[in-house]
Design a protein around this ligand. Structure first.
Ligand SMILES: Cc1ncc(COP(=O)(O)O)c(C=O)c1O
Length: 418
């Protein structure tokens, strides 16, 4: 199995102990080199297969402004995929121009739509009703709709965003009508978007999704004479979370997508749109660890290891039953001789970061590293049980800088008083 890219960091007990001492735990630690590697790798693979392409980093995966700046510096053409006024705000503050960004909301309020319109983002509508709401505010030059092709694929049912059970997108049988409305209302430039799930590790899925999208592109051309300026496949590119997962072969993914894409437009001798993607997890996911300290051990009907990080620090295990590798700092290879549940300090029985996990012997005070927490880690963290959110630091080699201070109890209550 390929080694985890941050395993050397996990083995560096001296460094991690000193960071825990200085900044406290739980602590999100990002590795700049890995982050830059991830975004530049995607950019160069796309460059290999597409004349015209655009990457919009999905800000919902991680909105830290210092990480946004780092990504933008690494790939200056980078855009942002935003899903709320807050994400538009932070993208705009960190050098992302509206025209380089896509806004995909769902059930957007008029205020949400106005914010996206004012920012000048490409507005990607989730529904025909969204178009009617937008029309009352103003019409952008360019519009796309999110297609729900009637199927989807995701690592969990909860993050499968296409299909008949999904709240997202325009069903394939309504999509021509949606574009017809927009065209008749005076919209002149079009794109199309389709994002059917997150955490996909099957490299064949994306080329097949492109074939499905092209069926709709064909209908729109044949029935409405609409040419697409861009086709966005959304995000969804998975990363290995378990010891048994193999990383997605991006070369294979985009060679396959490009083959279907080019075959279609070459055959029809039509204008080539740009290929857009909106990756989140595959950009930031494996670039961070969560450093946490063992606060208690308990032998009950099961064996428990309690830590100062719980479901409030990292929601994914409680929310989806997601698996994250957890290592004892400095002893990633230690023999795993007991089966334990690894939990936090929250008053909920769903508060587990791991269940029935074979794990090495640990003592109170030991440091553990939870892997692959860069995406949907801090961004989903919260203050349940009045636990302040953790700090975030960025490592450049072994040099750390604080990119988000630890919240205080006073911060939690700041809005309760005048
Ligand atoms: C519209 C849209 N684009 C992109 C993404 C990013 O997905 P991922 O982090 O799986 O790459 C999401 C995630 O939910 C999304 O809803």
């Amino acid at each position: 199995m390929p080694k985890h890219p941050l395993i050397t960091l996990v083995q560096n007990k001296l460094l991690l102990s000193s960071l825990a001492e200085k900044y406290g735990t739980p602590l999100y630690i990002y590795d700049k080199e890995q982050l830059v590697h991830n975004i530049q790798r995607l950019n160069s693979i796309l460059k290999k297969y597409f004349k015209s392409f655009h990457i919009c980093y999905a800000v919902k995966a991680n909105n830290n402004p210092h990480l946004l700046k780092t990504l933008k510096k690494a790939v200056p053409t980078l855009g942002a995929d935003c899903s709320s006024p807050g994400e538009i705000h932070i993208a705009g503050q960190n050098g992302f121009e509206g025209n380089d960004c896509i806004y995909t909301g769902n059930y957007e309020s008029p205020e949400d739509l106005k914010c996206a319109l004012d920012f000048g983002a490409h507005i990607n509508l989730d529904d025909i009703q969204s178009f009617h709401r937008l029309q009352k505010i103003g019409l952008p030059n360019s519009i796309s709709f999110r297609l729900n092709p009637g199927f989807g694929k995701g690592a969990f049912a909860q993050i499968t965003t296409g299909g008949e059970d999904s709240k997202f997108g325009v069903p394939h049988y309504d999509i021509v009508h949606a574009y017809e409305l927009a065209k008749n209302a005076g919209v002149r430039q079009f794109g199309i978007q389709c994002m059917t799930g997150s955490g996909v590790l099957d490299s064949n899925y994306f080329p097949n999704l492109m074939i499905e999208m092209l069926k709709t592109v064909k209908k729109l051309k044949d029935q409405l004479n609409i040419d697409m300026n861009f086709i966005s496949m959304g995000g969804g590119f998975g990363i290995p979370y378990t010891e048994d997962d193999f990383p997605l072969n991006f070369d294979e993914v985009f060679a396959g997508v490009a083959k279907n894409f080019h075959a279609y437009f070459n055959q029809r001798q039509e204008k080539f749109p740009a290929l857009w993607i909106e990756p989140g997890k595959s950009v930031v996911g494996d670039s961070a660890i969560l450093l946490t300290r063992v606060t208690g051990k308990k032998e009950s009907y099961k064996s428990y290891i309690g830590m100062d990080a719980g479901m409030e620090t990292l929601m994914r295990p409680a929310l989806y039953g997601a698996y994250h590798r957890i290592y004892k700092v400095g002893s990633a290879d230690a023999p795993k001789n007991t089966s334990v549940d690894i939990t936090g300090r929250i008053c909920e029985n769903t508060d587990r970061l791991a269940t029935n996990r074979d794990f090495p012997h640990v003592e109170e005070g030991d440091l553990l590293a939870v892997m692959d927490v860069g995406a949907y880690g801090f961004s989903m963290s919260h203050q349940f049980c009045t636990r302040p959110r953790s700090a975030e630091i960025l490592l450049d080699g072994e040099t750390a800088s604080v990119i988000r201070k630890r919240e205080t109890i006073q911060d939690i209550f700041r809005q309760c008083y005048d």
